[in-house]
Ligand binder design. Structure first.
Ligand code: SIN
Length: 542
């Protein structure tokens, strides 16, 4: 028997939770939220350190929109930016501050304190120390649990979206517009694949940072949603724009740990290992707080040209030790475990893959190009982020579009649940042979190395062509392997990683123009060397 629900939400980070919460308030709707994690709060959201954009002093939605557009390097969609800038700060105040009571940091008089991050013209970022995402996620999940019409199931990995044209028993369904009717979902502990049928399906699976060898993202960010949507025939756009965060910890055994941009927002400065401050040379208008793509590429450039293994981020000279411990407790403790006392010495940092600016194309309500399928949060592309996301807008976008998708679904009466006779149960064509962990590990690592080396911060036609060849070959291996072994979460993830990597690489290969996070060395022989005295990198884009 299938599992039947009104709305299926796949993923429980800020965007999925916001959609479910909004739908729960419409008590007629039954909402099933599934997450592959065994703990509902385990998601990309949980690892967001910096904060969430709100309204700063002397700020306005027009000013926020201007900053988002400038960071987006000419590719942000103005109508989407306007939605975010107008609705976002109000929703943060109403839902997160007033309704859920998220414990954002306050000053001694009880006023919320705002910090600054790269590309922002005023301090407007609310934070809970350096663990903002975790605090927001905890509050959202706790609230979800209070609604009887929301069922939250953990350890459930979506395998594929169910669409009429791919799965219907009626062969003529192929002539109808593609419609999503839910998903096949693997219950990880039992190995059973459920047919989950829903009127509307919301993809909220997060990003794909794990297709790269070095990333700030947790292990679940393997491109599951993008790969599923791609297979179902949804339109995916801007996939070449993978944002690299400038600063992750470069210490043996502690790699991939994010050093929040808020560290620079609170005065931290970047130096080369021999003590040269370099950001003013690359972005005089912003210095260390330039948009992320500029800072990441400047660090990369310094490392390549001078052979540095990392650059240094110095906070100790700009903030008192007790303030550092209070403001950045997670970063302080993690660095200390790695042997670095950030109250007394600089932090060695390198860039790493951080955020997927592209994704499944959606409109202002989170509707994808597939009927009945919504996408919210990092898996989606609303157009807000363009070619490079402004810091601390990701939680905000997830919240706003999650809420909007929930509103849209709640208001619709044209959605129907497919008759279960139309959709067959999952056909288990795989054998009971478990996947060889050595092969899974090796293929996993191979994808990450290909992406890191050939589809990383600096790209070229030769590297991208090589990546496509390697990924095509790998895809054949992985797909064959997928069909010949027992279905598991790891195998589903590996296959999705291969497909998501290919989607990113193909988009990067097609786009020969450097813009924002997509930098082609062969588009402009040397983007930094070409800068004349009067023209700096940041001036090109704003
Ligand atoms: C950070 O804390 O630097 C990350 C915040 C973000 O990705 O917007």
């Amino acid at each position: 028997m299938p599992i039947e629900t009104d709305v299926l939400v796949i993923g429980c980070g800020v965007a999925g939770a916001a959609a479910a919460l909004r739908l729960a308030q419409d008590r007629q709707r039954q909402v099933l939220v599934v997450t592959r994690a065994f703990h509902p709060e385990e998601s990309n959201t949980r690892y967001a350190q910096g904060g969430i954009v709100s309204r700063g002093v002397g700020d306005s939605s027009a000013r926020l929109a201007q900053d988002i557009l400038a960071a987006g390097a000419g590719l942000s969609l103005p109508s989407a930016v306007q939605i975010l800038a107008e609705e976002g700060p109000e929703l943060v105040q109403r839902l997160l501050v007033e309704e859920l009571g998220v414990p954002f940091d306050r000053d001694t008089e009880g006023h919320l304190t705002c910090t600054l991050e790269g590309g922002h013209s005023v301090p407007r970022i609310l934070h809970v120390g350096d663990a903002t995402g975790q605090a927001i996620e905890q509050a959202l999940v706790a609230r979800l649990r209070q609604y009887p019409n929301i069922t939250l199931r953990t350890g459930m990995t979506a395998v594929d979206l169910i669409t009429s044209s791919h799965h219907s028993r009626d062969p003529l369904a192929v002539y109808q517009p593609i419609t999503c009717h839910g998903a096949y979902v693997l219950e990880r502990e039992s190995g059973v694949v459920h047919r989950v049928l829903a009127q509307a399906t919301v993809l909220a699976t997060g990003g794909l940072g794990r297709i790269y060898r070095y990333t700030t993202n947790p292990e679940g960010a393997r491109g599951d949603g993008v790969a599923m949507a791609y297979r179902a025939g949804a339109r995916i756009v801007n996939a070449e724009f993978v944002q690299f965060h400038p600063t992750t910890l470069a210490a043996p055994g502690a790699e991939n740990f994010l050093i929040s941009e808020a560290v620079r927002g609170e005065g931290g400065r970047l130096y080369t290992p021999d003590g040269r401050h370099f950001m003013d040379q690359y972005a005089p208008r912003w210095g260390d707080l330039a948009p992320r793509d500029i800072v990441a590429r400047a660090i990369h450039r310094e490392m390549i040209v001078h052979g540095y293994p990392y650059v240094l981020l110095d906070l100790a000279s700009h903030m008192k030790a007790d303030q550092i411990r209070e403001r950045f407790p997670t970063i302080y403790a993690t660095c200390l475990r790695a042997g670095i006392d950030i109250t007394a010495e600089p932090i060695p940092v390198v860039p790493a893959a951080h955020y997927f600016c592209g994704g499944v194309l959606v409109d202002g309500w989170g509707r994808t190009t597939i009927e009945g399928l919504y996408a919210v949060g990092e898996v989606s592309c609303t157009g807000v982020h363009g070619a490079n996301r402004l810091a601390s807008t990701s939680l905000l976008e997830g919240l706003v579009w999650g809420d909007r998708a929930g509103r849209d679904i709640a208001a619709r009466n044209d959605l129907r649940r497919v008759n279960e006779q139309e959709i067959p149960p999952w056909e288990d064509v795989t054998t009971q042979t478990p996947a060889d962990p050595v092969l899974v590990y090796r293929d996993h690592r191979t994808i990450q190395h290909i992406m890191w080396l050939y589809v990383g911060l600096a790209r070229s036609t030769h590297r991208l062509a090589r990546a496509l060849r390697d990924l095509n070959h790998l895809w054949e291996e992985i797909d064959g392997f997928y069909r010949a072994t027992r279905l598991s979460d790891e195998l589903i993830g590996l296959r999705n990683m291969a497909q998501a990597a290919w989607v990113v690489t193909r988009a990067a290969w097609h786009n020969r123009q450097s813009r924002g996070a997509h930098y082609r060395e062969d588009a402009q022989a040397d983007q930094f060397a070409n800068l004349g005295e009067s023209q700096t990198l940041d001036e090109r884009w704003v």
